[in-house]
Ligand binder design. Structure first.
Ligand SMILES: [Zn+2]
Length: 364
């Protein structure tokens, strides 16, 4: 098991890395405490912990429901992370086709409905239904499978709230896309989500404070989804050639690292395309140059430390490029090609520079 930032790598299932956030165990502490207060017995606490563990197993299955459906449409998933508030499947992108987006979004809650249905059949066949005593709490040891059944129904319903970042928000956006196009649909869906968030917030003030937490969660989700779509709109149909750097240095694969140090210190460029004749053979990032200096000293060669180059065509649009950059956090410098020849380079800084210039021009 290996840490990656705040997340612990649990393993790789169906080709997708599964992580647990460092704050996730806090949920178990909290649930254990709640059951101790309610039952005052070790058995009660163990029930609570087992219940939450099984519930999160269902949450993982829910996330795999999204991830494996997306895979059928050729969309990979970078990782799945368990957070105290639920699971998160980081899809490389959302399907642009609203029909596919609806199916990917629905397949998460569908998993929970399927689990609930399976438990319903099992309990009916075995006749193990615990009596529904309105006085007895639902989530109690006598009702383990029943508790899991109801919790799965709750998960499905909760996730279908029509607000980002819930699955229902994506379904709503995709449904609206049929009538008004993706940008307006996202704006409207975000506005509906924020209205709901205000509603939950007000309800929370008078009732369950948990609703306030959900309200904040929905509010942030709506804002970030609307922001991401706005960014994509600004970059769509803008060829990368408009934002790329054309005045840049390159390194030869057999150049010593001392040369890389010289060009780094002489200018502002930190990452360099590596050219063998006219052919792009790699990229030397500053981090790899520094690592190379530690491992090989000034006499090390650029070829020893370079990494695989990420390339794009000068006619690609900036939105596609941004997607590629975000997919692979390692690729900070993209080489821009024109008919096999290197004509420019671009990084995140150029893209934000381009956006700042565009918005300054718009404000005139
Ligand atoms: Zn979901």
């Amino acid at each position: 098991m290996k840490w990656s930032g705040w997340s612990l790598h649990l393993g790789r299932v169906a080709g997708i890395d599964l992580y647990m956030h460092a704050t996730f165990p806090l949920l178990f502490v909290w649930v254990g405490f709640l059951y101790w207060v309610q039952t005052g017995t070790l058995g009660g606490v163990l029930f609570g912990l087992a219940f939450i563990a099984v519930l999160f197993f269902c949450v993982v299955l829910h996330e795999y429901g999204h991830a494996l459906t997306a895979r059928r449409y050729g969309i990979g998933t970078r990782y799945i992370t368990l957070l105290p508030i639920g699971g998160l499947a980081a899809l490389e992108r959302m399907p642009k086709d609203p029909r596919q987006e609806i199916i990917v979004a629905l397949m998460g809650p569908a998993v929970n409905i399927a689990i609930a249905f399976g438990l319903f059949v099992l309990l009916s066949l075995t006749g193990n239904w615990a009596p529904m005593d309105p006085e007895a709490p639902l989530m109690m040891p006598a009702n383990f499978l029943q508790s899991v059944l109801f919790a799965n129904i709750f998960l499905a319903v909760f996730n279908m709230i029509p607000a980002f970042p819930m699955d229902g928000g994506r379904v709503l956006r995709a449904a609206l896309t049929f009538r008004m196009g993706r940008d307006s649909a996202t704006t409207l869906a975000a506005r509906i989500g924020q209205t709901l968030a205000i509603g939950f917030g007000i309800l929370g003030l008078f009732g369950n404070p948990f609703l306030i937490l959900i309200a904040v969660f929905i509010w942030i989700g709506a804002a970030s989804e609307a922001g991401a779509t706005l960014l994509e709109t600004q970059l769509r149909n803008k060829p990368v050639a408009r934002a790329m750097i054309t005045d840049f240095h390159t390194l030869a694969p057999n150049a010593p690292l001392s040369h890389a140090v010289d060009v780094t210190l002489a200018g502002k460029q930190t990452d360099f395309p590596v050219l063998d004749g006219n052919r792009v053979v790699g990229v030397a990032h500053q981090t790899s140059i520094l690592r190379g200096l530690r491992d090989y000293g000034l006499d090390g060669q650029v070829a020893d430390i370079m990494t695989e180059a990420v390339t794009a065509d000068r006619r690609d649009d900036l939105a596609t490029l941004l997607e590629a950059l975000q997919q692979d956090p390692e690729s900070r410098l993209v080489c821009i090609m024109d008919r096999g020849a290197l004509v420019g380079v671009i990084d995140m800084e150029n893209i934000s520079e381009y956006l700042r210039i565009q918005s300054a021009l718009h404000e005139r």
